[in-house]
Write a protein that binds this ligand. Structure first.
Ligand code: ADP
Ligand code: MG
Length: 259
């Protein structure tokens, strides 16, 4: 990006390299996401998709490179700069600007659905308990679970649990929401209800980054599809290019296996 480019940036990943021991998992990833954009990340198992989301959310630190959200550095270690470790508190604040929806829901088992959604705004001091519960009711209504606020996660189907997880991610009013294979742990008949909620977010202008193997869904909602293999972005572009006219052999090979 040049200094004359004034389009706002919701999320920027810059030159990120990540190793686990001698194993290079991310090999120079650059990604820019604009506000309101829906980015779908595709790639084979082990290509680094989850690691990329974890670096974005500060669950992992890159060895080189940085991440910024709403033009604020969160990823540390800008290449060439002196190392500057963020305090735990700064990390938590910055992470609260990013929603994360996991494959296995990761709800708090001992809290009701309502309290799962209300917990973070209270814990971060953004809202009082009553206000947070009002917000939680509103968000649970949005994901079609207004009648299950008093249930515990174990009493819900996987699709319902994932919808609670999405409401929980929305509760901090994040600038961007990351989804890591949000439907791959679900029975096939429950996939549609979760995709419908994600689609509702996409069409209402929420900035989303979604790792998924649901190619039809990607074609429907993505502004941009990013294909990653071996820790590198192999190609990216609108679905009509990457999915329908992939330029790279590795993308074609991957699509032929998942379509
Ligand atoms: P994907 O989500 O695309 O399937 P991952 O980002 O989970 O890929 O993993 C990329 C590679 O990094 C894989 O080879 C995986 O085994 C390895 N990996 C992931 N997490 C760790 C970890 N905590 N320690 C060591 N290796 C890891
Ligand atoms: Mg993964």
């Amino acid at each position: 990006m040049t200094v004359t480019d004034i389009t706002p940036v919701a999320l920027e990943v810059h030159g990120v390299h990540k190793w686990y021991g001698a194993h290079r998992v991310l090999d120079g990833v650059d990604l820019t996401v604009r506000p309101g954009e829906v980015t779908v990340i595709l790639g084979p198992s082990g290509s680094g998709k989850s690691t990329l989301l974890r670096v974005i959310n500060h669950l992992e630190k890159p060895e080189i490179g940085y991440v910024s959200v709403n033009d604020e550095l969160i990823g540390v270690r800008r290449q060439g700069d002196r190392l500057k470790e963020l305090s735990e508190r700064a990390i938590l604040t910055q992470r609260s600007r990013i929603g994360f929806v996991f494959q296995n829901f990761n709800l708090f088992p001992h809290l009701t659905v309502l309290d799962n959604v209300a917990a973070a705004p209270v814990a971060t001091g953004k809202l009082g308990k009553a206000q947070a519960q009002d917000l939680a009711r509103e968000l649970l209504g949005r994901v079609g679970l207004a009648d299950r606020t008093g249930a515990y996660p174990r009493q819900l189907s996987g699709g319902q649990q994932q919808r609670v997880a999405i409401a929980r991610a929305l509760a901090l009013r994040p600038g961007v929401i990351l989804f890591d294979e949000p439907t791959s742990a679900l029975d096939p008949e429950l996939v549609g209800e979760v995709l419908a909620v994600i689609k509702d977010l996409a069409t209402s202008g929420t900035t989303l980054v979604i790792v998924t193997h649901e190619i039809g869904f990607a074609r429907e909602i993505a502004d941009r599809v990013v294909f990653i293999d071996g820790g590198r972005i192999v190609e990216q572009g609108p679905p009509s290019e990457v999915l329908d006219r992939p330029r790279h052999e590795r993308t074609r090979d991957f699509l032929s296996k998942v379509l």
